[in-house]
Design a binder for this molecule. Structure first.
Ligand code: ZN
Length: 232
């Protein structure tokens, strides 16, 4: 038997860990998600679909080159458990894992071939201090391992702490995040093709608000990748 595997089995026996999706105890080489939940992930295939739902939604707000979301966000199902574990429970291993899956999807698409750098949607510094990390940055790190693209977190700053977008109407969401982001290092983005990364896209208002000052820079283009896309 592979000694590393047997050690892992022993560790699992002593400290059983549960699947983020269904709560069943993980076995063998399973990590974060059991094989059943992993197989049942509601993937969108949007990375290879031009004119997909996420892309159309964003194009009503901003001109994007291409947009993809890895999973459909479904209330009470695995995709919601994943987002919550990464966003609110500090599950960085899962964030990195899901980022890798996004990276694989991007890598297998011919629509994201000339991306120059990735920018995670920034949190306001007070929220980052509160949470201790930015979940979109975690996703970027996972993506970067597969997609081979640098991550740039210094270029954009969230200058206003916004209320949560949950329970807000489409119009309220747009007003809530209007002017919330500012480019503080235009030299890092000018003339580049920037991939903006976030965890959830609902109306696209937050991403659009983040992308607008980037699109004002000369010669800069924007594409978007999110972990999930919610129905509206
Ligand atoms: Zn499971």
């Amino acid at each position: 038997m592979n000694p590393a595997l047997s050690l892992r089995e022993l560790f699992r026996f002593l400290f059983p860990t549960q699947c983020v999706g269904c709560g069943n105890v993980l076995v063998g080489s399973e990590l974060q998600l059991c094989a059943k939940c992993l197989m049942a992930l509601p993937t969108t295939n949007y990375a290879v679909i031009a004119g997909n739902e996420a892309e159309c939604r964003l194009r009503q707000l901003i001109p994007v080159e291409a947009a993809m979301a890895l999973l459909h966000f479904r209330q009470g199902e695995v995709s919601q458990h994943i987002v919550h574990a990464v966003k609110y429970h500090g599950n960085s291993e899962l964030g990195f894992m899901m980022g890798r899956q996004m990276g694989i999807a991007l890598q297998h698409s011919d629509r994201f071939t000339d991306i120059d750098l990735m920018v995670p949607v920034p949190l306001h510094f007070t929220r980052r201090l509160q949470r201790g990390y930015n979940q979109s940055r975690l996703l970027c790190e996972g993506i970067a391992q597969v997609f081979r693209c640098p991550v740039e977190s210094r270029a954009i700053r969230r200058v206003r702490r916004t209320e949560t977008q949950t329970h807000k109407s489409h119009i309220e969401r747009i007003a809530n995040v209007e002017g919330a982001f500012r480019v503080v290092r235009p030299d890092l983005l000018e003339g580049r093709h920037v991939l903006i990364v976030d965890d959830v896209m609902t109306t696209g208002a937050t991403i659009a608000s983040c992308a607008r000052p980037v699109l004002e820079l000369p010669g800069t283009r924007v594409s978007v990748a999110t972990l999930t896309v919610a129905g509206i």
